[in-house]
Design a protein around this ligand. Structure first.
Ligand SMILES: *[C@@H]1O[C@H](CO)[C@@H](O)[C@H](O)[C@H]1NC(C)=O
Ligand SMILES: *[C@@H]1O[C@H](CO)[C@@H](O)[C@H](O)[C@H]1NC(C)=O
Length: 344
């Protein structure tokens, strides 16, 4: 009699132990999922810019119908990451650093950067609000072959869409500098010498969930020498006048910022620059650096247009990140439920 009870007791303990053991394994599994999810979430957060046009005022899309917002899809949401400029129905230009990623874990081989995967990105056009524009999916990204992510030289990126844009009063291609490089360089020199007033357009990104519209700010062009002088004084790096030019706001009350990257700088009605970089935002005496649109235009016409848009990579068959997250959440729920029943 005693022995039977003992026997049963032993069995009970063993099965309870096994259950607890299993539960522990499941809990660890769950913990692993939580940790990997939070790692993934921080990896995603990193690329979110948090700066914007300083000191400008709100404007309408009709004033700059060639501006577009490059956004990254996250489930049903999309987050503005950069500005872009409509060139044709199918192509846009933006900054090279808007279409590439330099985070360490993504580096492949000797390359200092990788091109972003187009399928996660969309373009929004025809609205002063980034959340209300017409959405078109991105087919492919391109970056200039001489793009230097450290110095931000050749900061030229191009975007091909999956289908053509419809042009109307709120969506138009930009007017670009015309003439060969000798001519456009001469004109740009003249503009810089005369401190021509240009307009930078952008949405930037504020950390709060505000529905702020497109902004514009007046910026004064400056000669390459004066720009380099103020950069050198503060040890902020180099510019190459063959591919870049600057604006300089001595008072430091106005500027284009990181969230405006890839957006247009329009001078006398022609888009001459793409917002590239600046040190800090609207710090007195810090120039803003722009990638030259005349050079970008030549690159687009001579190189990018010749690259066929048909899919080339096997990356097409990757599971989208959103799905992986859903699967992880489903698994976590399933595991939690099982753990709960086992412990009960
Ligand atoms: C640029 O165009 C001008 C005028 O059309 C011409 O005189 C000049 O030779 C051209 N320069 C180059 C480098 O093609
Ligand atoms: C240079 O710029 C000034 C002011 O914008 C203009 O009046 C002049 O005609 C320009 N010269 C050339 C050669 O483009």
């Amino acid at each position: 009699m005693f022995e039977v009870v003992k026997y049963r007791c032993f069995f009970f303990h063993l099965s309870a132990f096994l259950h607890y053991f299993q539960a522990m394994i499941l809990l660890l599994n769950h913990l692993f999922i939580v940790i990997s999810c939070s790692l993934f979430c921080t990896a995603v957060k990193r690329d979110a810019p948090n700066l914007r046009i300083i000191g400008g005022q709100e404007t309408t899309i009709i004033e700059a119908p060639y501006i577009a917002s490059l956004q990254r899809r996250r489930g049903s949401l999309a987050v503005h990451i950069c500005g872009a400029v409509i060139i044709t129905r199918r192509y846009l230009l933006t900054a090279g650093h808007c279409v590439t990623d330099i985070s360490d874990e993504l580096k492949q081989g000797n390359k200092e950067y990788i091109l972003l995967s187009a399928k996660k990105y969309i373009i929004s056009t025809g609205s002063k609000y980034t959340e209300r524009g017409l959405i078109t999916r991105v087919k492919r990204f391109f970056v200039h072959e001489s793009y230097d992510p450290t110095e931000l030289f050749y900061d030229f990126g191009a975007i091909a869409l999956v289908k053509n844009l419809e042009f109307d009063i709120e969506t138009q291609p930009a007017k670009l500098p015309h003439g060969n490089i000798t001519e456009t360089s001469a004109l740009l020199n003249n503009y810089s010498n005369h401190r021509t007033i240009c307009k930078a357009y952008g949405w930037g990104v504020s950390t709060a969930r505000t529905y702020s519209g497109l902004k514009v700010v007046d910026l004064l062009m400056v000669t390459a020498d004066a720009c380099q002088e103020s950069l050198t004084k503060k040890d902020l790096g180099m510019i190459n006048s063959k591919i870049q030019f600057c604006t300089l706001e001595e008072t430091g009350k106005k500027d284009a910022c990181q969230g405006d990257s890839g957006g247009p700088l329009s001078c006398n009605g022609v888009v001459w620059g793409l917002v590239s970089w600046g040190e800090g935002c609207a710090r007195p005496g810090n120039p803003a650096v722009f990638a030259r649109m005349d050079v970008a235009k030549n690159w687009l016409e001579q190189d990018v247009y010749n690259i066929p848009l048909q899919s080339t990579s096997s990356a097409q068959y990757d599971i989208p990140d959103e799905k992986i997250i859903y699967i992880l959440i489903l698994r976590a729920c399933f595991i939690l439920r099982r753990t709960y029943y086992l412990l009960k």
